[in-house]
Design a protein around this ligand. Structure first.
Ligand SMILES: Nc1ncnc2c1ncn2[C@@H]1O[C@H](COP(=O)(O)OP(=O)(O)OP(=O)(O)O)[C@@H](O)[C@H]1O
Ligand SMILES: [Mg+2]
Length: 304
């Protein structure tokens, strides 16, 4: 079995490993003294890097653009998080994601929307209904929309480097790639790393072939820092109509209640209705009897 040459090399830089390999070749054996020296040197560097990250600062939360949804998230999504916005067809994923960008634009932030299935014209026309003048936001320099995008992830990464947005939407990841290959691809990992470094808060739309009551997760759900699931369901047993609902199924560093909550399409976009407590029968179906997950609200800090 291949021996793990550098069992502790997580703190060794690429350069340090090269030096070690050269010496190993020349001396014909592992030079423990040299490895130790290099390791302590890099540990020092690693520590100083950690200090500069200033891990103890409170999390900055970014509004989703839906007040009632922010209330379900201790005030909003932690800055720099990649949130999966998912659900079956026609449940409001694109609307919620555009609303998130419109909120940023109104605060003077730069936003970017990559659509792989809708044209710019279609999006402009559709969102005029809510009074969102995408054309004006684009002219004013706060929004870039790539409709029917044929861009590769490498090209998208370059655009992010240049445009430096605060908020980003991909609509949808399924139109772009399949979940297994995507998560592991170098292109995605370098794009994702850039998003983290630049603290770009993103809504990444994915598609589900099942409703909120089915427990089935894909690779996208695992790499997302958060999951917002949109669907429609009967809230009460006596209901004859389905109501649109949204649920925060996951949000790292945040205490969340995963109970689906009803919302409506209002004059200016999505509005969350008054919170409800689901009937126990429904709760059972959703496996949501003890729904509170996550972190202590009183310590609103990043713990890593
Ligand atoms: N003003 C409105 N009032 C009621 N429903 C609306 C309104 N505007 C949009 N909808 C509904 O919202 C849904 C479309 O919203 P949106 O495009 O955001 O959904 P989506 O989840 O992105 O859909 P898709 O899976 O097709 O991409 C449609 O089902 C439409 O009927
Ligand atoms: Mg859509």
């Amino acid at each position: 079995m291949a021996r793990n040459k550098y069992p502790v090399h997580t703190t060794l830089s690429g350069d340090a490993i090269k030096v070690l390999e050269r010496y190993e070749k020349e001396l014909g054996a592992k030079n423990l003294v040299l490895e130790k020296a290099l390791l302590s040197l890099d540990t020092e560097r690693f520590k100083s890097k950690l200090d500069t990250l200033n891990l103890d600062i409170a999390i900055k939360r970014i509004s989703t653009g839906v007040m009632g949804l922010d209330d379900m998230l201790e005030g909003g999504v932690p800055e720099g998080f990649s949130v999966i916005v998912t659900g079956p067809p026609g449940t409001g994923k694109t609307t919620l994601s555009m609303q998130f960008l419109v909120d940023g634009i109104k605060k003077g932030e730069k936003c970017i929307f990559f659509s792989f299935e809708e044209s710019l014209q279609q999006l402009v026309q559709h969102f005029m209904r809510f009074g969102w003048d995408l054309g004006k936001y684009i002219d004013d320099g706060y929004l870039e929309v790539f409709g029917m995008s044929m861009l590769t992830l490498e090209e998208i990464t370059e655009i992010l480097e240049t445009y430096k947005p605060n908020r980003l939407v991909f609509d949808s990841l399924n139109a772009f790639t399949n979940p297994e290959d995507f998560r592991k691809s170098t292109a995605w990992r370098s794009s994702h790393r850039l998003m983290k470094q630049r603290k770009i808060t993103s809504f990444l739309i994915t598609e589900k072939h099942h409703g909120i009551e089915t427990k089935h997760f894909d690779e996208y759900d695992f790499f997302g820092d958060g999951i917002i699931f949109l669907d429609s369901m009967k809230i009460n047993e006596v209901d004859t109509m389905l109501s649109p609902v949204l649920a925060v199924q996951k949000m790292r560093a945040t205490k969340v209640d995963i109970t689906p909550q009803p919302f409506r399409f209002g004059e200016h976009g999505i509005v969350k209705n008054r919170s409800i407590h689901l009937e126990s029968r429904l709760q059972k179906r959703l496996g949501a009897s003890s729904m509170e997950r996550g972190y202590d609200k009183s310590s609103n800090k990043l713990g890593y």
